[in-house]
Write a protein that binds this ligand. Structure first.
Ligand code: ZN
Length: 331
C-alpha cells in the first residue's frame, strides 16, 4: 500500500465505525463528538462571513482612523454566515446527524427548543448563562435550573463586565449550581478582536486570568467548573489552576478558529504536555457559520501531536465524564 492510500485508509478507519453486520450495507456511523460551546442566537446581518484563523495578522492602525473590521474576509474561501434562522438550523442539524454530534447550547430559549425538536433525542443540551446579578434574580435563576430544562450553567462572562468570576455578586448563583449539581462554564480568555475598548469598554483582559477562579473554587468545593476558551493566552496560570484543582476542565472554543493555527496548536499541546489531556473539552463558540463545525473539528483531527486516544478524549470522552452523561445514549 503506498503512503497516500495508507493515509486515506487510516483516516477513514479513524473516523468511522461500522454499524453494519457482515454483508449489510448500513451506512457507517461517525465516531461521536460533543461540542460543549454553542450559542443559540437569532441570525443577524450584523455578523458577516468569516475567515478562520483571521487574527493571524493583527492590523496596526490608529485610533483616529476607522476601527479595524471585527472579522476578516480576506481569504480564499470565507465561511458563509447563514441568512436565516431556518437555514442555520437545517445545516446545523444536518451536520450534527452526519458527524454524530451532541451540542451544549446557550442563548435564545426558543431557538434551543426548536433545535431540540429537530435533532435526535438528547443531542441538544440546554445551558443558561448569567453574567451579572441584574440579568436575573437568584430565585428566578434557581427556578430555571430546577425546572429540569437547563442542564448546564453558561456562558458566564463576568470578564465582559470587568469583573472577576470570584466577585461576590455572582456567588449565590454559583451556590445554586453547586447545590443542584449543575456544571458551570465561565468565559476566561480573550475577547474583542482588537476593538474591545470601542465595542465593550468594560471588558478587562486581566479578568481572564484563570487564577481569579481560586476564591470561587475554595468557597464551592463541589462546583464543577470548566474554563471557556482555556484561559488563552495564560497557559502558565491555567496549568497552575488545573494542577491545584482536579475538577477544573477547559474548552478550546473560539480560540481554535480565530488565532493563528500554529499558536492554537501550541496552546493545546502545552496543556496536553502538562498532563491535562483528560480535562480538555472540544468546543467551537459556534454562532451563525454552519461550516465552522467541520473547520474546528479538523484542527483536532489533524493535530499530529495528539494520539488517537487523546483526540477521542478531547472530542468526546472528557465531556461525557465532565457532564456525567450516559455514554450509551451518544454512541
Ligand atoms: Zn466566551
Amino acid at each position: 500500500m503506498n503512503s497516500i492510500y495508507k493515509a486515506l485508509f487510516g483516516s477513514i478507519f479513524f473516523w468511522c465505525v461500522s454499524a453494519s453486520g457482515y454483508g449489510q450495507t448500513t451506512p457507517q456511523k461517525h465516531l461521536p463528538i460533543i461540542d460543549v460551546h454553542v450559542h443559540a442566537m437569532k441570525v443577524t446581518s450584523q455578523i458577516g462571513d468569516l475567515c478562520p484563523w483571521f487574527l493571524s495578522n493583527m492590523p496596526g492602525g490608529d485610533p483616529n482612523e476607522k476601527a479595524p473590521a471585527f472579522f476578516s474576509t480576506e481569504c480564499a474561501s470565507p465561511l458563509k454566515a447563514a441568512k436565516s434562522d431556518q437555514e442555520f438550523q437545517d445545516s446545523l442539524i444536518e451536520t450534527m446527524n452526519r458527524l454524530n454530534m451532541t451540542i451544549v447550547a446557550s442563548g435564545d430559549a426558543t431557538i434551543i427548543r426548536n433545535w431540540q425538536k429537530a435533532a435526535a433525542p438528547n443531542r441538544v443540551i440546554p445551558s443558561i448563562g448569567i453574567s451579572n446579578s441584574e440579568q436575573m434574580s437568584v430565585v428566578a435563576f434557581t427556578d430555571s435550573l430546577s425546572s429540569g430544562f437547563y442542564k448546564v450553567m453558561g456562558e458566564v462572562a463576568p470578564q465582559y463586565q470587568g469583573m472577576s468570576p470570584s466577585d461576590m455578586s455572582l456567588d449565590a448563583y454559583f451556590a445554586a449550581a453547586e447545590k443542584l449539581n449543575i456544571p458551570v462554564g465561565i468565559h476566561m480568555g480573550t475577547g474583542g478582536n482588537g476593538t474591545i475598548n470601542i465595542t465593550n469598554p468594560k471588558y478587562r483582559a486581566s479578568m481572564g486570568n484563570p487564577l481569579l477562579l481560586e476564591d470561587l473554587l475554595a468557597r464551592h468545593p463541589k462546583l464543577k467548573v470548566w474554563v471557556m476558551h482555556a484561559g488563552y493566552p495564560m497557559a502558565d496560570e491555567m496549568i497552575a489552576l488545573m494542577g491545584a484543582n482536579a475538577y477544573v476542565y477547559v474548552d478550546i472554543a473560539g480560540m481554535i478558529w480565530s488565532y493563528p493555527l500554529a499558536e492554537v496548536n501550541d496552546y493545546i499541546k502545552s496543556l496536553v504536555q502538562a498532563g491535562f489531556g483528560k480535562r480538555i473539552l472540544y468546543g467551537t463558540d459556534l454562532m451563525i457559520w454552519p461550516k465552522l463545525l467541520e473547520t474546528s473539528i479538523g484542527v483536532i483531527e489533524n493535530a499530529n501531536y495528539l494520539s488517537f486516544d487523546q483526540k477521542r478524549d478531547i472530542l468526546f470522552n472528557n465531556a461525557v465524564r465532565f457532564f456525567r452523561l450516559d455514554e450509551s445514549k451518544y454512541r
